[in-house]
Design a protein around this ligand. Structure first.
Ligand SMILES: [Zn+2]
Length: 510
């Protein structure tokens, strides 16, 4: 057995083992250690492996001389004593591995992702791998060898991926180089087994994306772009393979997140290449701030806001902004002028109410337009009182006037018409020189907010029959912020309270 890293258990390469340098650096986890410590770790590990073997096989059997023992005797030891133990432990590692693969295995530069804690340490997986190797002489038949090969490749690739998970959680220098190497090594450990085709493809794609990140950090957007495009394209293939295979379904949303991340990175590379004066690292920093920006706390919202998948959607919105900023796409922008484009969720609300009296009683169908501030998730007031994030069309509805003076001619009891004009003016447009504020909420969160709003607003009104509100999309409204916030006059008196609390210095824009 070769020298091993005392931090992660990975075997060192031959050159490192053969060198005489007193300090050696692990190319899997990136930790530097004294050669003598690595030696001490290896010895300790060999003791572990030996004690595992002697606990498994009959006493008196010398495994180091196994080659000289009759194959039938060896096989019976393997089948009776080794195989059940390997199978049992392997099942445990398989669960750990598949659960790990359900997570995004990529993070943007400068960001740390530590939401997932692997079920095993890399050292555990590498040690199990060493045990597998040590019993190879006992596996004489094809089944036995197949089991050990499977156990070997699975635990090796799993151990390397645990190291990558740990690298995602710390933003250390050169982590993309280490991760790229681990991805490629894990892919080759899985061999060319057809069973693992999609996983191998995913690892190689992620290795390319790591290379792309490294190039971005080195200020080489051209090289970054080509690697990122290759990785991104391969990930879309992985996605369709995963969609067709129920066993890989667990990878789907993780791969979606990885695709969104690589979309962002491609856009950043494209911006650095085409738009002169664009600082890609600066842009990545803004994105990092999005990840770091604290969300409001509210018990009823934790299931939505703690959901890791929410960032996939937010990244895809950021990606559209970056594409538009690079002049390669457009955004839905309403008419008007302003130095900032502020994001709002566009909501269609249909409802009916009963009007008229006695014989002229009838039901009136109405469609109203609502807007929701797209950053409401950062404001705890909005979460407990959704009306403050919304153009609150029912707020100014004088309760008495609905009933009084009803002549059966009403087409609306709310007053959202000005908002309708804003929505009608939305057209696909280039942001030009305008700063685009990043939408921080997801569609599902917007749906939740508007449902809660309607529940609170209409709880006491049995004349209203609401249909489910439809959250359409994010639209961008030009606003000025030089002397306080200036919104288009069509907002009228429907300006959400949230906007009065917006702080120009903390808004995140690209
Ligand atoms: Zn290591």
């Amino acid at each position: 057995m070769a020298l091993r890293c005392k931090y992660c258990g990975a075997p060192f390469e031959r050159e490192v083992v053969d060198s005489v340098a007193p300090y050696i650096t692990c190319s899997s986890c990136g930790t530097t250690q004294q050669r003598m410590d690595a030696k001490a770790y290896l010895e300790e590990m060999m003791v572990q492996v030996k004690s595992w073997i002697s606990s498994a096989i009959p006493s008196g059997f010398n495994i180091s001389a196994a080659e000289n023992v009759d194959p039938i005797a060896r096989n019976s030891i393997f089948v009776r004593d080794i195989r059940p133990r390997v199978n049992m432990e392997l099942t445990n590692y398989k669960f750990g591995n598949i659960s790990l693969l359900g997570n995004s295995l990529m993070a943007l530069p400068f960001t740390r992702s530590s939401s997932y804690v692997p079920a095993h340490t890399p050292a555990e997986a590498f040690e199990f791998n060493a045990r597998i190797k040590s019993v190879e002489p006992l596996a004489v038949d094809e089944d036995g060898r197949a089991l050990l090969t499977e156990a070997d490749s699975l635990t090796r690739s799993y151990a390397l991926m645990i190291n990558n998970m740990n690298l995602l959680a710390e933003d250390k220098d050169g982590r993309y180089v280490l991760m790229a190497k681990n991805f490629r090594e894990a892919a080759s450990a899985l061999g060319n087994g057809r069973d693992n085709e999609a996983i191998i493809l995913r690892f190689n794609a992620l290795a390319d994306i790591c290379d792309g990140c490294q190039y971005l950090l080195e200020g080489k957007p051209g090289d970054a772009g080509s690697r990122l495009r290759r990785g991104n394209k391969a990930l879309t293939d992985v996605r369709s393979k995963a969609a067709a295979d129920p066993q890989l379904g667990i990878m789907m949303s993780a791969v979606d997140q990885e695709i969104s991340l690589s979309d962002i990175l491609m856009n950043v590379a494209g911006m650095m290449e085409t738009a002169s004066g664009t600082d890609g690292l600066e842009t990545l920093n803004v994105i990092k701030k999005v990840m770091d920006s604290p969300l409001a706390q509210n018990k009823g919202w934790t299931h939505l806001l703690n959901n890791r998948n929410r960032y996939g959607e937010i990244f895809s919105n950021i990606s559209s902004i970056l594409t538009a900023r690079a002049g390669k796409g457009t955004l839905p922008v309403s008419s008007g002028s302003g130095e900032y484009l502020m994001p709002f969720w566009e909501v269609d609300l249909k409802y009916s109410f009963t009007t008229g009296a006695l014989w002229s009683k009838k039901s009136v169908e109405v469609k109203e337009d609502l807007l929701i501030c797209a950053d409401f998730v950062t404001d705890s007031v909005c979460l407990s009182n959704p009306a403050s994030a919304i153009t609150d069309i029912f707020r100014i509805r004088p309760e008495s006037s609905i009933l009084a003076g009803i002549k059966g001619r009403e087409t609306s009891i709310s007053r959202g018409q000005g908002i309708g004009r804003i929505q009608d003016s939305v057209a696909e447009d280039s942001p030009g020189g305008r700063k685009v504020i990043i939408p921080l909420s997801t569609k599902r969160e917007a749906e939740n907010l508007v449902s809660e709003y309607l529940r609170q607003r209409t709880a006491t009104d049995n004349k209203l029959r609401l249909s489910r509100p439809e959250v359409q999309r994010v639209i961008y409204i030009p606003v000025n912020m030089s002397n306080g916030l200036h919104l288009p006059s069509d907002f009228g008196d429907l300006i959400p309270d949230r906007l009065k609390r917006v702080n120009k210095n903390t808004i995140l824009y690209i």
